[in-house]
Write a protein that binds this ligand. Structure first.
Ligand code: NDP
Length: 434
């Protein structure tokens, strides 16, 4: 903590991992002797840079850009870019640290990284977003490459931003390579990549339910957020027969007791991706309740999918979820539950899938996009979806293998942390002190 002042999210993420890994490391002292954890919490490299750009009024704006290259023991650095005014070094280090374990769990050869900027795309014109992305990439391009570091999207970085970033990379480097994932299908993207994180979180919940002989059909689901992850979690939940009753954005949530259907979801996609409006408009259109400034965790449900941002479920929310009968939490977002909320889930022994396992479908499909780019051959929608589904099943099995406790309870936090750790740690051991 003294070494990394003010990086509270990073401290939180490291503490959770270290706590669940310590008994395993005590049983396997070779990792301790090699100081693996001490090395893993130190990024291999951190880049921080100025991003100047000119807004539509001709005024110069200055933002800050970052890329954290956390760990490359098992493959090129891989992880998204986040554009949001709250972005700072601590948040990106937490995300990069989590990414190392998540990428290892996917079974694909990817190291961990993360980056972004405190730039806020909200309220900016397309031209302003383009000028910002071009300036950001002018600096970032010297640190990344298809075999070095492959960024993707995250909060505030979707198809539009990836397009502008890729265009600038190609222009400066004069090469058409898979340096970014999340590209559009016409120029090197993978089918199912936009859907992958949301679909994956639903597949993971389905696997957790199977351990109790159940499935998602007929279950009532609450979802937070209305961005990329939420949209496709809702789509897959509808397909699997669940009734989704909430979606949200940073200003509030809508409660639709009749449930979202394909037509209502199409409205949300148009609202959020094209018009970039607020979720409140959904309540006005479909005449349902809107709760300003609130999160959806007091709504009765069987399964909850936090898909917005970190620390969006606190201890009180977690208690409320359980009081209302919720017994499955599958995290589409990264670290959406506070440590106190996680304690509540583990004490209540519900089916709790932490983000680094449950939302790994996105980066897995990014890994599949990299493979297709290297081969210069696209796979069909069915093929990518089948591979994604199998990867989520494998991640679930890894969690069961390392997380099952004596009484049969599956502690997915422990399972994901140990399962993700072993491969990276073993690679670091044989690569010497680097
Ligand atoms: P988007 O930008 O597409 O959507 C984010 C959603 O969360 C929006 O509805 C946004 O509301 C809401 N939100 C953002 N910040 C806050 C906040 N501080 N408080 C309340 N609501 C907030 O991002 P994604 O869907 O891509 O990402 C969502 C989460 O999933 C993040 O935690 C991300 O790290 C994680 N994730 C994403 C992956 C991906 O493939 N995209 C992969 C793995 C994890 P508003 O519209 O008002 O901003």
């Amino acid at each position: 903590i003294a070494k990394n002042p003010g990086e509270s999210e990073f401290h939180q993420a490291v503490k959770e991992v270290v706590e669940s890994l310590m008994p395993f490391i005590d049983e396997n002292p070779k990792y301790n002797h090699a100081k693996i954890l001490e090395r893993m919490v130190e990024p291999e490299r951190v880049m921080m840079f100025r991003v100047p750009w000119v807004d539509d009024n001709g005024e110069i704006q200055v933002n800050r850009g970052f890329r954290i290259q956390m760990n490359s023991a098992i493959g090129p650095y891989k992880g998204g870019l986040r554009f949001h005014p709250t972005v700072n070094l601590g948040i990106l280090k937490f995300l990069a640290f989590e990414q190392v374990f998540k990428n290892s769990l996917t079974t694909l050869p990817m190291g961990g990284g993360k980056g972004g900027s405190d730039f806020d795309p909200k309220g900016k014109s397309d031209n302003e977003v383009m000028r910002f992305c071009q300036s950001f990439m002018t600096e970032l391009q010297r640190f990344i490459g298809a075999d070095t570091d492959v960024p993707a999207g995250d909060i505030g970085v979707g198809g539009r931003e990836i397009g502008f970033l890729y265009g600038q990379y190609k222009r400066i480097r004069n090469e058409f390579t898979g340096v970014l994932t999340g590209k559009a299908i016409e120029w090197g993207g993978s089918l199912i990549r936009p859907e992958a994180t949301g679909y994956g979180a639903v597949y993971f919940a389905d696997q957790m339910l199977k351990t109790r002989g159940q499935d998602l059909n007929g279950k009532i689901a609450t979802v937070s957020g209305s961005g990329n992850v939420s949209q496709y979690a809702v789509e897959k939940l509808i397909q699997m027969g669940s009734k989704v009753v909430t979606m949200s954005d940073s200003l509030g949530f809508v409660y639709d007791p009749a449930g979202f259907d394909e037509e209502k979801l199409a409205f949300v996609l148009e609202l959020k991706n094209i018009r970039r409006g607020r979720i409140k408009e959904y309540a006005d259109k479909y005449n349902v309740q809107y709760f300003e400034g609130q999160t959806p965790w007091n709504i009765k449900c069987d399964v909850a999918f936090p898909c917005a941002t970190q620390n969006e479920i606190n201890e009180d929310d977690a208690n409320m979820l359980i009081k209302n009968g919720c017994y499955v939490v599958s995290e589409g977002a990264n670290m959406p539950s506070t440590p106190e909320a996680v304690e509540v889930y583990l004490k209540a022994k519900i089916l709790y899938g932490p983000g680094k396992a449950a939302n790994a479908g996105g980066v897995s499909t990014s890994g599949l996009e990299m493979s297709q780019n290297s081969m210069r051959l696209p796979w069909s929608r069915e093929e990518v979806d089948a591979r994604l589904h199998q990867i989520m099943i494998n991640i679930h099995e890894t969690c069961v293998k390392y997380g099952t406790e004596k009484d049969g309870f599956i502690n997915y936090v422990k399972g994901a942390n140990i399962g993700g750790f072993i491969k990276v740690a073993d690679a670091m051991m044989v690569q010497g002190v680097v």
